[in-house]
Design a protein around this ligand. Structure first.
Ligand SMILES: CCCCCC/C=C/C(=O)SCCNC(=O)CCNC(=O)[C@H](O)C(C)(C)COP(=O)(O)OP(=O)(O)OC[C@H]1O[C@@H](n2cnc3c(N)ncnc32)[C@H](O)[C@@H]1OP(=O)(O)O
Length: 396
């Protein structure tokens, strides 16, 4: 064993002292590097396997188990080994990681392996430049600040002068940030807003940027983007928490039904003025809101545009807990830091179990809502409401 550990230590990180789990998870990784490779995307997969050997920084046991599991799934399919005994900690951890992938298709596992290695390669480059322990900004976004610390990736909307209205570019950035967070080594992901608003929802100026194909083409593109955007929330694999620091409007409210917990300041309000804008619900709210609060209360919000206070939204079940604004940040972050220390795989799997039964339904609802909105955007009601806002004749 000492020989194996020594070889691993030399291969991976010359100065690292390996824990028993590292010792065991590494040989498997090494062993599998020479295993059967897939036919499709073989180059990418093999490149990724080689990149693993070149990582400068030990990615930690959780990630190594993930790599192990994805490798096994990609090359052998669903876990086919007998479950190790309860005291065989290391093999049990490996078995659990592989088994947790369930019936994930081989192609998806291979892609996830490649994506994970690529995120490790880039984070190992950037972290070697960053200060250890600092609240590291991960990537440059124009409309977001994304940081990772204490096992928490925080995605903060950052257009405070526009009340964090979501521009076309910002939709894309949020999708990118969520996809990156789903693969990074954080335990939970938090979405919040910078400034006095959580978000004022869709940037109504999005509709003024008409492509050469005209308004029909714009509506079509917007429906595709909306569907992709909401799908990203539906598929997000780890606990996703909203820290609602102030008022939330439109799509920033509807998507809350897809979060795992919503903490709100008592200054926050929740407003979905779709009828006022000639629109209809999105973000799966046509399904999640009646489920969460009952059809009558959902109607008041989604059809009549009733604005809820944070306490009302909590009473309806949309918000998990409300905090006084004066202590909001302190109390919420203390709690989130404690939650982030819970076992990562267990939380992921629990989320998977809780959400699995609804996933297909949510994707279907999302497709339907996006297609209905594509037509709504071309209606006189919607065009007039948008023009009124943009020409400053009306406000919510
Ligand atoms: C395209 C693909 C997906 C679409 C999905 C469908 C999504 C639907 C929705 O989200 S519907 C909800 C849309 N949001 C709104 O209708 C909110 C509009 N904004 C307001 O009513 C008000 O700005 C306010 C109540 C949010 C805040 O009012 P106030 O406190 O008085 O601040 P200001 O109005 O002065 O705001 C400052 C500055 O920001 C601009 N701004 C705010 N929100 C938006 C927005 N959603 N879109 C565009 N611009 C916004 C506002 O115009 C001000 O700009 P100015 O300083 O005057 O240039």
């Amino acid at each position: 064993m000492a020989g194996v550990a020594g070889r691993l230590a030399r291969n991976w990180c010359r100065s690292a002292v390996l824990s028993p789990l590292q010792v065991f998870s590494f040989p498997s990784l090494q062993l599998h590097l020479s295993g059967t490779a897939m036919r499709a995307s073989q180059d990418d997969f093999e490149n990724a396997m080689n990149q693993v050997k070149l990582l400068k920084k030990d990615p930690g046991n959780e990630v190594k188990l993930k790599l192990y599991a994805l490798y096994k799934q990609a090359t052998e399919g669903p876990c086919n080994m007998p479950k190790p005994g309860v005291f065989d900690f290391i093999n049990k951890a490996k078995w659990d990681a592989w088994n947790a992938l369930g019936s994930l298709p081989k192609e998806t596992a291979r892609q996830n392996y490649v994506d994970l290695v690529s995120s490790l390669s880039s984070s190992s480059e950037s972290s070697s430049q960053g200060k250890p322990g600092a609240d590291r900004e991960q990537q440059e976004y124009e409309n977001l600040v994304v940081t990772s610390e204490d096992g928490i990736t925080k995605i903060m909307f950052n257009r405070p002068t526009r009340k964090n209205a979501i521009s076309t570019q910002m939709y894309q950035e949020i999708m990118l940030a969520l996809k990156a967070a789903s693969k990074d080594d954080s335990t939970i992901t938090v979405v919040t807003g910078n400034g006095d608003y959580y978000s004022s929802g869709n940037d109504l100026a999005n509709f003024t940027d008409i492509p050469p194909g005209g308004v029909e083409e714009k509506a079509k593109q917007s429906a595709i983007m909306l569907r992709d955007f909401v799908d990203t929330f539906i598929d997000f694999p780890k606990p996703l928490i909203a820290v609602v620091n102030g008022p939330a409007v439109g799509i920033s409210v509807t998507t809350l039904g897809l979060f795992d917990a919503v903490y709100a300041s008592d200054k926050a309000t929740f407003h979905t003025p779709f009828s006022h804008l000639g629109l209809s619900p999105e973000g799966c709210a046509s399904y999640t809101f009646p489920k969460i609060m009952g059809p009558a209360k959902a109607t008041e919000m989604l059809i009549f545009g009733k604005k809820l206070t944070a306490r009302e939204a909590c009473a309806q079940g949309l918000v998990t807990e409300v905090f006084p604004d004066s202590t909001f940040q302190k109390e919420v972050w203390t709690r989130l830091k404690a939650y982030s220390k819970l076992p990562q795989n267990s939380m992921r799997i629990s989320k998977q179990v809780i959400r699995k039964i609804e996933k297909e339904k949510l994707h279907a609802v999302n497709a339907e809502e996006s297609s209905v909105l594509q037509k709504r955007w071309l209606s006189d009601e919607c065009m007039n409401a948008t023009m009124n806002f943009l020409s400053k004749r009306s406000k919510l």
